[in-house]
Design a protein around this ligand. Structure first.
Ligand code: AMP
Ligand code: GLY
Length: 442
């Protein structure tokens, strides 16, 4: 509410520059690897006049402005002052805080869902209700606000089962319990522990689904959705998909398990019905609708919605996108996506995330990093948790770099990515050597 009041006072006089000019001033909000990948791609657009990233990282230094991604009033003020034609939001937090509503109220063009539509990610129980209304195949579920009731339910369904904090928990609010003991402990951890706060007040208990996971990101203008290339993420901290869940330690695209038939099914039975229900509710979904899919023996089932570009999915998607990104995002804000055709490079792309020692638990910061001067031109180092301290590149976050390479085959892309990883001087970096292995024949 405070944000709204301040914005009303700003009274933004934004001329409708976009309609009369072919070059645009664009602002990317966020500071991760995803935002570096978006900025890298937007910087190649012939339609770009000037780019800004708020607050960005060392990889986006030439475009950075020091405004935090959650400072919505500050971002609105900046966009008005700098006559930004289009703002693109990376992370989920500002979307859930209502950044899109605030920009629209100020008469500014922004790519992303409103606060009401962002609930698809912000509340897992809301997402399940939409799935139910849209008749989307998903795991059976129940929601609890009382831990004793949740435990009683777990005694009746047994293990394996999956427990999820209802609200946003930075990808760490899900526990896959292979036995009843773990499930019962997880109830206390999520509902009674101090790690989840409000996000853990409601708990979802879900049927365990088996299969391969695929991330499908779609551009959406509210009425039309266009799928991007499919991606497989590697969420666990350790090789062989062991260890704790992370935000994602590597991706590759395309996974060989994906087929055009599967894509048709997912668009027809999962994506389009979601858009329709969101439209019927009066909360059309504009932005990136990101489906976390489980490809089960009974067909694709929806694990979750995200309402934004994935990280590190975006790194491989942007690497493979042949088309200019700027007019695509623009079309989403004008409900003219049906006029757009997406072109993709016929390559395989792999992104290996280099993280700080200890990630996803407590990790070290401020580690000096040296990047190689000469390197393969078909590989990109996307920065995430990086900054500059006394002229030196240093780590500032958990996920630090996303080494992204393209090749004619998965094997070639993997080789290129790991050659570059091995040229990077980042003491005690944690990364997985098996990114993309699940896409190769055994
Ligand atoms: P989510 O944040 O809902 O995507 O969950 C994080 C991870 O937990 C997913 O990427 C899956 O690996 C796993 N997961 C979530 N829900 C289920 C489920 N119903 N069955 C099996 N695994 C799941
Ligand atoms: N890589 C998963 C996510 O962005 O949520």
């Amino acid at each position: 509410m405070k944000v709204r009041l301040r914005i009303a006072l700003i009274s933004c006089e934004i001329a409708k520059r976009g309609e009369t000019m072919s070059k645009h001033r664009v602002l990317v909000v966020g500071n991760g690897g995803r935002e570096h990948a978006l900025a890298w791609k937007l910087a190649q657009s012939p339609e770009l006049e000037r780019l800004f990233v708020a607050p960005g990282n060392a990889g986006t230094a030439m475009w950075n402005v020091p405004i935090s991604a959650e400072d919505i009033a500050g971002l609105v003020e900046f966009a008005c002052r700098e006559k930004i034609d289009l703002t693109v939001v990376g992370p989920e937090d500002p979307l859930s805080l209502g950044i899109v509503d605030a920009f629209l109220e100020a008469g500014l063009r922004i790519f992303g869902p409103t606060q009401a539509a962002a609930q698809l990610e912000g509340s897992k129980s809301f997402a399940k209700l939409i799935m139910e209304r849209a008749k989307i195949p998903t795991a059976k579920w129940q929601v609890f606000e009382d831990s004793e009731q949740a435990k009683k339910f777990i005694h009746t369904i047994g293990a394996p089962c999956v427990l999820k904090a209802d609200g946003l928990a930075a990808g760490k609010g899900v526990i896959v319990a292979m036995d009843k003991e773990t499930a019962l402990q997880a109830v206390d951890e999520i509902m009674e522990g101090s790690n989840f706060g409000l996000a853990g007040k409601k708990l979802l208990v879900e049927e365990f689904l088996e299969g391969q996971e695929v991330s499908l990101l779609c551009f959406s203008d509210g009425a039309t959705a266009l799928p991007m290339v499919p991606v497989q993420d590697h969420k666990r901290a350790l090789e062989g998909d062991m260890g704790l869940n992370t935000g994602g330690l590597g991706t590759y695209s395309p996974p060989p398990i994906w087929t055009p038939e599967l894509e048709n099914t997912v668009m027809r039975e999962l994506v389009n019905p979601t858009l329709q229900v969101m439209q019927e509710r009066g909360t059309p979904f504009i932005g990136v609708l990101f489906l976390g899919l489980m490809l089960t023996k009974q067909g694709p089932k929806l694990l979750e919605y995200n309402v934004r570009f994935g990280d590190p999915e975006t790194q491989v998607v942007m690497k493979r996108l042949e088309s200019d990104l700027l007019p695509i995002l623009w079309a989403c804000t004008e409900e003219s996506l049906s006029e757009i055709q997406l072109n993709w490079k016929e390559e395989v792309a792999v992104c290996v995330v280099m993280a700080a020692q200890g990630y996803p638990s407590a990790y070290t910061k401020g580690v000096p990093i040296r990047l190689p001067v000469e390197r393969d031109l078909d590989a990109v180092i996307f920065h995430a948790g990086t900054g500059i301290s006394e002229g030196q590149l240093v780590s500032t976050g958990g996920r630090v770099l996303g080494i992204t390479a393209g090749g004619r085959t998965l094997q070639e892309a993997r080789e290129k990515a790991y050659v570059l990883v091995d040229q990077i001087d980042f003491p005690k970096a944690h990364f997985r050597r098996d990114i993309g292995l699940k896409g190769l024949p055994e």
